[in-house]
Design a protein around this ligand. Structure first.
Ligand SMILES: [Zn+2]
Length: 501
């Protein structure tokens, strides 16, 4: 380790300790803490967040980073150390671009926006929410303007924060291809609503047994309970202290068996990513997955490409039936496979099936683009939203509650974040396609041998954490950058066969 980097290390360690404390408090708030705790606990969270920020954002660290960025110092650094310096420099630049006073004003607007959005959603009153949404958008535009480089478009600045290098040019191409290939497919499927029956998933499934089944599923895909735990929360999520303490949650509905199954496999995919990050960086600023899109690719790879395939259930479907012998009596493997792949356009993103999911994301992307790259009246957004749902999915929201008010993201200032969900699915398909060429992936699934699949992802993606970005990882793993064709081909083939089109 270079002598200079050694001087940076104590700051990193301290910042990590604060992060760990914050992770624990947030985990506890979502899983175990009593409902009324947050009002007071949030004080501790606020103080710790401030301390965590001050640990890394100060003159001493800034000076160290400047020195560490010089060519002669860079030569002394390991690849990981270089990546840490690069990552921190980027963070610095972002934070320094915004005047602290304006950043604080923005935080205050966000704090009041959440309850306004919640109330508007509950009372189907978009016009009560529009003014605060407008304020948020104005700030995001201003902040992006501070960071904007010459000839860079404003929305590209915003997109880059979530997925480095993924510009409107790439996303327009991606969503354009998706729209062209999949809108007709969805329309064909709409004509056959009874082609697949989901009755076998709609019986009454005992919750305690579902919990046991979820644990079985997590273990089956490789989640190590010596280095991880599973709890219950309203919305499933994954978090971690480091690669030896990865935590997932699940939720259960007695009348929807697939919900808990695919949530645990999805979160399990996120968890395997974190568990397989190199020990050397797991407690550093590059110790997490490299981006939202790449993280989502790993969860969806497990959830969709693996667990929604026929082959995946060959070795374990009988085992699943042992959990629910009465409810699943007489249900065949094929019936089950078809039921878990039932597709029907709906209004709610979080309830969408594998095929229609990306449409929900595409609609949000197009609207965000209109906001940041065009000129649109915020009051008009519900109309635009509804028209797009009708055009792409053939469904029209009966209220703004089930329309534009359904997601909390915008009220939290998260613009540019949605595309990552769709990118995740497309990246998963690209990786799967490549892996099929280098290993008998379907055969492994049929044999219940998931280890080589996980090992591949660990060696090519997971272990690097945030030291390489999405495009770099894709290029090095598959020999090409992001390519949406595999995703379109995968969905087209799968659903054409399922629906006999
Ligand atoms: Zn996810």
């Amino acid at each position: 380790m270079s002598a200079l980097f050694e001087r940076l290390q104590p700051y990193l360690d301290k910042a990590y300790a604060y992060r760990a404390a914050l992770v624990m408090l947030n985990w506890d708030n979502s899983t175990a803490a009593p409902k009324e705790a947050i009002e007071f606990t949030s004080k501790a969270i606020g103080i710790l967040s401030g301390e965590s920020y001050n640990t890394l954002i100060n003159e001493d660290v800034k000076e160290l980073l400047t020195e560490l960025s010089k060519d002669e110092e860079q030569e002394l650094l390991t690849a990981y150390e270089k990546a840490i310096v690069k990552n921190m420099n980027k963070e610095y630049k972002n934070l320094e671009a915004i005047p602290p006073q304006e950043f604080q004003e923005f935080q205050m607007i966000l704090a009041k926006a959440y309850p306004v959005w919640e109330e508007a959603k509950n009372t189907n009153n978009y016009s009560a929410y529009a003014p605060v949404l407008e304020e948020i958008i104005a700030y995001i535009k201003k902040f992006a303007g501070y960071k904007q480089k010459e000839n860079q478009k404003l929305y590209d600045v915003i997109l880059d924060e979530y997925e480095e290098g993924f510009t409107m040019e790439i996303l327009d191409d991606f969503f354009g291809k998706l729209r062209e290939a999949l809108v007709p497919l969805v329309q064909e499927i709409r004509k056959k609503p009874d082609h697949i029956s989901i009755d076998c998933l709609r019986k009454t499934y005992d919750i305690e047994t579902q919990k046991k089944l979820s644990r079985f599923m997590a273990e089956y895909i490789g989640f190590d309970f010596n280095r991880g735990v599973m709890a219950e929360s309203e919305h499933p999520f994954t978090t971690n202290l480091h690669n030896h303490d990865v935590r997932i949650t699940n939720h259960y509905q007695s009348g929807k068996l697939e919900d808990a199954i695919f949530s645990v496999v999805h979160e399990g995919g996120h968890a395997l990513y974190e568990m397989d990050i190199d020990d050397a960086i797991t407690m550093s600023p590059i110790g997490g997955g490299t981006s939202m899109g790449m993280h989502e690719s790993q969860s969806r790879f497990y959830e969709n490409n693996l667990a929604r395939s026929r082959e995946f259930w060959v070795p374990i479907f009988d085992k699943v039936k042992e959990f629910f012998p009465k409810e699943l009596e007489g249900v065949s493997h094929e019936e089950f496979y078809r039921a878990i792949n039932y597709s029907a356009p709906g209004l709610i993103r979080t309830q969408a099936d594998e095929l229609t999911y990306s449409f929900h994301v595409m609609i949000r992307y197009e609207i965000e683009k209109m906001i940041f790259d065009g000129d649109v009246d915020v009051q008009e957004l519900p109309k635009i939203w509804n028209a797009k749902y009708e055009e792409y999915l053939g469904v029209t929201p009966d209220s703004d509650t089930t329309g534009i008010l359904q997601d909390m993201h915008w009220s939290g200032g998260s613009f540019g974040y949605f595309p990552s969900y769709a990118l995740g699915s497309a990246i998963a398909a690209q990786l799967y396609h490549y892996m099929e060429g280098v290993m008998p992936i379907k055969q492994y699934l049929e044999e219940g041998n998931l280890a080589p699949i996980r090992e591949f992802l660990k060696e090519h993606i997971h272990k690097y954490g945030g030291s390489k970005n999405t495009q770099e990882l894709l290029q090095e793993t598959t020999g090409e950058k992001f390519n949406p064709e595999y995703y379109i081909k995968y969905l087209t083939e799968k659903f054409t066969e399922l629906y006999e089109l």
